[in-house]
Design a protein around this ligand. Structure first.
Ligand code: SIN
Length: 526
């Protein structure tokens, strides 16, 4: 394989290491998959570009959805997931998610995850578009941090799992549509290394950093998506970017997520005139599917010439707020807000991608030997709009299925020697930070929650104006990230201009209706 992506370096003399599994990413999908590998008696290397806990999982507040309550059932969870997905969910994938999900959550509990209990029973919260309380949470609103804590601990204790932190996967190594390894860059030493395996698993998470306003950690730069695309994998439904409706919007404060569970406990959304507006938009009011709440907020912002709406918890019992939302309470207090009394200013921000690298029900991509799970993957469980708190579950369920599948179907036809080489690229100084800022503005303005053909065309012309960058070598990790972001942003704009209808999180002002002939996936490949 010849890479036109990155560096101009000599491949002779590269250190190579052979492992049973290569796992890229250290969020819930990557770490749980690594533990599953180890249970099979096999070894895995987990490659993560910063520290093991730098992931979207660590930031997750609301929780993890699973039909574990006695009043709940996988069938009810299935119906809610399909309803939120707006006609685009893959029904077999959703059936697997809701039926295997409860066992995976029990695995998490057995590993030591401490979810919240009430009266000796697991406590369940409610979030948007769920017909009942089914969201498990930990430390009130720090669910992801608890899951990340326990998975990181278990992986660190596991002698079969090697963690390589501060290592960036640069490109997948491909021979005749078979992935046989990964080229990895250590950004402390600048040294490149090759890892070889007949099972390479992408668990690299999302791409929130593409947008100026987003809820994601800095590591969410779409690297796995860009790599898979360059490797020739089929990509699916990438026009569907979920915006979270309620993200703190206060000058000088970070765009901090205010969990949907806050509305699940009864908080209201009010406009700048203090009017509660959601009942006028949907029968589920504040608990309508996320895309509907986002568009209602955007309409209110336009109608009231404002840049924020407000979450109002003041009618809820103060002790409930304190117990359920300690992290949100502490963070808002830092900016002078008492969430039990004050109106909390919020606005939508980019949060999650429903699309990604297309996989089947065993996590196989269209490239042999390359698998994907978690946010980077698109198996079809989220359709056009993800049901709240289904994403952590997705990572667990489909991560395990990959290992179960590989253990019975392992490919062993990879080339003996490393065939990787790099195009000789130009080396010129480039202001990557300026490009990053421009990119965030363009994505927010033209490829945000409301889109038009004209705006998307402007975004595409922005991306074309950076074609020259493909000839320039990336000198460091940041440059690689920005190049990946450009690749992924262009793909999203391309998908979005192709779908000439509105569905789920993809809203086209010039095509405002959902159209039956568009009830299908869009698949694209390099
Ligand atoms: C939240 O707590 O609102 C986020 C949960 C999710 O995105 O699923």
């Amino acid at each position: 394989m010849e890479s036109d992506f990155l560096v101009n370096f000599d491949t002779t003399g590269l250190v190579e290491e052979q492992v049973d599994y290569i796992i890229l990413g250290s969020g819930i999908a990557g770490l749980y998959t690594a533990l599953t590998v180890s249970k099979q008696g096999k070894n895995a290397v987990v490659i993560t570009k910063q520290d093991i806990d730098d992931s979207n999982t660590d930031k997750a507040q609301g929780g993890i959805a699973a039909a574990l309550d006695t009043t709940d059932s996988p069938e009810l969870h299935y119906n809610d997931t399909l309803m939120a997905g707006d006609g685009l969910c893959d029904q077999d994938a959703v059936s697997i998610l809701v039926n295997e999900g409860p066992d995976r959550v029990i695995d998490l509990i057995e590993l030591g995850t401490q979810f919240d209990y009430k009266d000796g029973e697991l406590a369940f919260a409610r979030e948007g578009a769920h017909s009942r309380r089914r969201i498990l949470h930990a430390s009130g609103d720090a669910t992801g941090a608890e899951i990340q804590r326990i998975l990181s601990k278990r992986v660190r204790e596991d002698s079969k799992v090697k963690i390589l932190k501060r290592h960036m996967a640069v490109d997948l190594l491909i021979h005749e549509n078979i992935c046989y390894g990964v080229l990895v860059y250590c950004h402390d030493t600048g040294i490149m290394k090759v890892f070889r395996s007949s099972a390479v698993i992408l668990a690299t998470g999302g791409l929130g950093m593409l947008y100026k306003y987003n809820t994601n950690p800095e590591v969410a730069t779409g690297d796995g998506l860009a790599m898979a695309y360059r490797a020739g994998a089929e990509m699916m439904d990438m026009e569907f970017i979920q915006f979270h409706p309620t993200v703190l919007s206060l000058p000088g404060a970070p765009r901090f997520l205010i969990s949907e569970a806050v509305r699940g406990e009864g908080a209201y959304l009010r406009n700048r005139f203090g009017e509660r507006f959601m009942p006028g938009y949907h029968e589920l009011a504040e608990l309508a599917p996320r895309d509907i709440v986002v568009r209602a907020i955007l309409t209110e912002l336009a109608n009231t010439a404002s840049e924020k709406v407000f979450l109002d918890l003041s009618h809820l019992p103060a002790n409930l707020i304190k117990e359920r939302f300690p992290t949100i309470g502490r963070t808002c207090a830092r900016y002078g807000l008492d969430i039990a009394k004050d109106l909390v200013p919020v606005a939508p921000a980019a949060h999650y991608m429903m699309g990604g690298v297309k996989t089947n029900l065993n996590g196989e991509t269209s490239v042999n030997g390359l698998y994907a799970c978690g946010e980077v993957a698109c198996v079809g469980v989220h359709g056009a709009n993800r049901l709240a708190s289904n994403s952590l579950l997705d990572g667990l369920v489909f991560g395990k299925r990959i290992v179960d599948y590989v253990e019975t179907h392992r490919l062993d036809n990879t080339p003996d020697k490393n065939e990787f080489s790099c195009t000789k690229l130009k080396s010129e100084p480039v202001d990557y930070e300026r490009i990053f800022l421009e990119l965030g503005n363009i994505m927010n303005k033209y490829v945000g929650a409301v889109r038009t053909e004209q705006g998307l065309a402007k975004a595409l012309s922005f991306f074309s104006s950076y074609d020259w960058l493909k000839e320039i070598q990336a000198p460091d990790l940041r440059a690689m990230e920005v190049k990946n972001l450009l690749e992924v942003g262009a793909l999203i704009a391309h998908f979005a201009i192709t779908r000439t209808e509105s569905r789920g999180s993809h809203y086209r002002l010039d095509y405002p209706q959902s159209l039956e002939h568009w009830r299908k996936h869009v698949i694209l490949k390099k």
